[in-house]
Design a protein around this ligand. Structure first.
Ligand code: ASP
Ligand code: MG
Length: 418
């Protein structure tokens, strides 16, 4: 068994879905295909949840737009009268009747109930298209397999139960190709949950580990894992081989190529993960596996819109354990993750994403105990396998506010000078 993961960009329109079918057709291994919502559907559904939750009249426009964009794809993929039309209509009818009811008071719960439709719809279209193309595949509702807690929007997977479910489901089938949703799970009471944005990679890795798959392939619109995001860098190079450790570190520091939780499940079972281009499926891509090497070319990770929170105890007391405990519990309460931290004798500094839903709450609460100052509009630059020349290269016209070195990685919080 192999696992393929197709993200939003690889199913963004009808020709992308046709391309997916060609890739699946090219190799005839038993496959579980994990699919994300089409193109920007998740973002559109997020907007829909907001207007629904606030009971705004634009709910109708929002849902019509999402319906129309999917119907256009259906029309390009299927002849008139094909069952795909009825099936997609039925899914939208279900969503619309949900929207006609009053929302509960829990935003995150409503979010998962609605945003999950993106994957339900995309997998239905992909599965029917594969069937139409002559590939006998089965649509699998992942919510019957991946069981999570009720921490909506960031649900944690019950690995033991989910592994049992996966084995029971897939190991008793003669079929070769399965199509299922990334990003989704369900509570033990069958309420839909999601695993965190960009979570489909994680789903693919979990299934690989549960089914002891031969490999995972993540199909992307880039030739593999690059040493920098082409959005910020003109000259990028592909990394041909990465070990699990480096892949985790790069994802953790914010390289957007894989979800940070992806590597751990496959590392445990030593399952290789390929990142390959869906535009050029026969080229090598990047392989992540159990490799040993001393050094790689430098990799650069940029995070923009960072905030530096400077915490000074009022009485100049040292940043002692009680203080740290309080600071971390406030951060945990608001779900604010530190991208970088540093303490001195009398201050503690945290660099984090300037997330408007988390940072103000944290600052407000910290201000009850400490003197707080803030610097924003900052960037966090991480270089793995750095050398002095690469540091100088990224610091042109930048002021460094905070930096941390270890033997393989340097991180710098910087402000752009104009
Ligand atoms: N559709 C979800 C998102 O856009 C999950 C994923 O694509 O991995 O975040
Ligand atoms: Mg994605």
């Amino acid at each position: 068994m192999k696992i393929y993961k197709f993200g939003g960009a690889s199913v963004k329109n009808a020709s992308a879905v046709k391309n997916l079918a060609k890739i699946v057709n090219q190799f005839d291994d038993p496959l579980v295909i994990v699919v994300s919502a089409m193109g920007k559907t998740t973002r559109a559904l997020e907007k829909l949840v907001e207007v629904y939750f606030n009971q705004e009249s634009s709910v109708h426009n929002c849902i019509d737009e999402i319906y129309n964009s999917h119907m256009q794809i259906v029309e390009e993929l299927f002849p008139e009268g094909h069952i795909a039309y009825n099936e997609i209509d039925a899914i939208f009818d279900e969503l619309k009747s949900k929207l006609a009811t009053n929302p509960s008071s829990t935003f995150n719960f409503e979010y998962d109930q609605i945003v999950s439709y993106g994957e339900i719809i995309s997998t239905t279209i992909v599965n029917l298209y594969l069937n139409n193309f002559g590939i006998l595949s089965e649509w699998v509702d992942i919510r019957k397999i991946i069981i999570t807690d009720a921490n909506y929007r960031e649900a944690r997977v019950d690995l033991e139960v989910s592994e049992k479910n996966a084995g029971a489901y897939f190991n008793n089938k003669d079929l070769n190709v399965f199509v299922t949703q990334g990003f989704l799970g369900a509570t033990s009471n069958s309420h839909t949950t999601t695993l965190g944005l960009e979570g489909s990679d994680y789903t693919a890795a979990l299934l690989a580990s549960f089914l002891k798959a031969e490999s995972v392939t993540v199909w992307k619109n880039v030739p593999g894992i690059l040493n920098a995001d082409p959005k910020w860098f003109d000259e990028t190079e592909k990394l041909d081989k990465l070990n699990y450790r480096d892949a985790i570190e790069l994802a953790f520091y914010g390289a957007s190529v894989l979800h940070p939780k992806t590597i751990q499940p496959i590392k445990q079972k030593n399952i290789p993960l390929f990142v390959k281009s869906f535009l050029d499926p026969n080229t090598e891509g990047t392989i992540i596996g159990d490799f040993e090497y001393d050094k790689l070319i430098p990799s650069f990770i940029f995070k923009v819109d960072q905030v530096l929170i400077n915490i000074h105890p009022e009485n100049l007391s040292f940043i002692a354990e009680e203080n740290l405990e309080r600071i971390f519990s406030i951060m945990a309460k608001y779900g604010l993750r530190a991208n970088l931290m540093q303490n001195t004798a009398v201050s503690f500094r945290i660099c984090a994403n300037n997330d408007a839903t988390r940072v103000p709450g944290v600052i407000n609460e910290l201000s009850k105990f400490y003197h707080i100052t803030i610097e924003d509009n900052l960037e966090l630059i991480t270089i793995r396998y750095y050398d002095q020349a690469t540091i100088e290269r990224v610091l042109v016209k930048k002021e460094v506010l905070l930096e941390q070195h270890n033997n393989k990685t340097v991180q710098m919080v910087v402000r752009k000078l104009d």
